[in-house]
Design a protein around this ligand. Structure first.
Ligand SMILES: [Zn+2]
Length: 245
């Protein structure tokens, strides 16, 4: 096998291993991120609930002012009642008083309803605050666990990175540049195996001519369809030769 092809296969394996550290790191950080997110959500909910309470409070204040006004009017009317002469005047005043009393009772009910809402919202805030404190202690615990797991992960990653650095130093600049250009768009699939005469990057069948070049592996051959570097594993070569015979 072409020496450089062999190096690129190895390099591609190392790059794949390095790529795989990222999701692993995200998994380690996942629990901590979820806690932080929940904490932020709870803080936002508290702010929203406080806004609801303030709005409610303003309504209660308005109703209370209205209530004081109505009570004043009722008091004045009952003072007037002594000066009334005709039956008609008495009737009219009593009707006015009935309406005013009805309004007072309606306003009282409304205030009670709003105060109920306020109590509920305050209880909600208390619950959220308790949860935030709980999360804070969980965050501390998760951070401690993460730092151990991440340290172990970084140690493994450094070892692979060192291995890659050593290998890259052995690969000619031109070959490495070629590899890097393909990696830019192919990601982890720079060097892919050929199985049953199909490219395992794009799963297209390759022509007999290209296939024989890949089997010979004297040169670095790329897939005519997707541009990935192709190689045939040794055991696959034996299988294919058997099939051809
Ligand atoms: Zn392909």
């Amino acid at each position: 096998m072409n020496k450089h092809l062999k190096q690129l296969i190895e390099l591609s394996e190392l790059d794949k291993t390095l790529d795989d550290f990222l999701p692993e790191e995200e998994r380690v950080n996942g629990a901590l991120n979820a806690l932080t997110e929940e904490q932020n959500r709870a803080k936002r909910q508290i702010e929203e609930t406080e806004a609801v309470i303030a709005e409610n409070r303003a309504k209660i204040v308005k109703h209370e002012a209205h209530l004081a006004e109505q009570s004043d009017r009722l008091a004045q009317r009952s003072k007037k009642s002594g000066d009334l002469k005709t039956e008609r005047e008495v009737k009219a005043l009593s009707l006015e008083e009935d309406i005013a009393r009805e309004q007072v009772s309606f306003i009282n009910e409304e205030i009670a309803r709003l105060q109920n809402i306020e109590d509920e919202q305050k209880a909600k805030i208390d619950k959220l605050k308790t949860r935030i404190i709980e999360i804070e202690s969980q965050v501390g615990e998760a951070k401690k666990q993460n730092s151990d797991a991440l340290a172990a992960l970084n140690e493994k990653r450094s070892a692979v990175a060192a291995q890659k650095e050593k290998l890259v130093a052995e690969i000619p600049q031109k070959v490495f540049g070629f590899y890097t250009r393909i990696r830019r768009w192919a990601g982890a699939r720079v060097v892919v195996p050929v199985k049953k005469q199909a490219c395992y990057g794009c799963f297209m069948k390759i022509s007999d001519k290209v296939y024989s070049e890949v089997i010979a592996s004297q040169e670095i051959v790329t897939c005519p369809s997707c541009g990935c570097i192709l190689y045939v594993k040794e055991d696959e070569k034996v299988e294919d030769t058997k099939a051809a015979a």
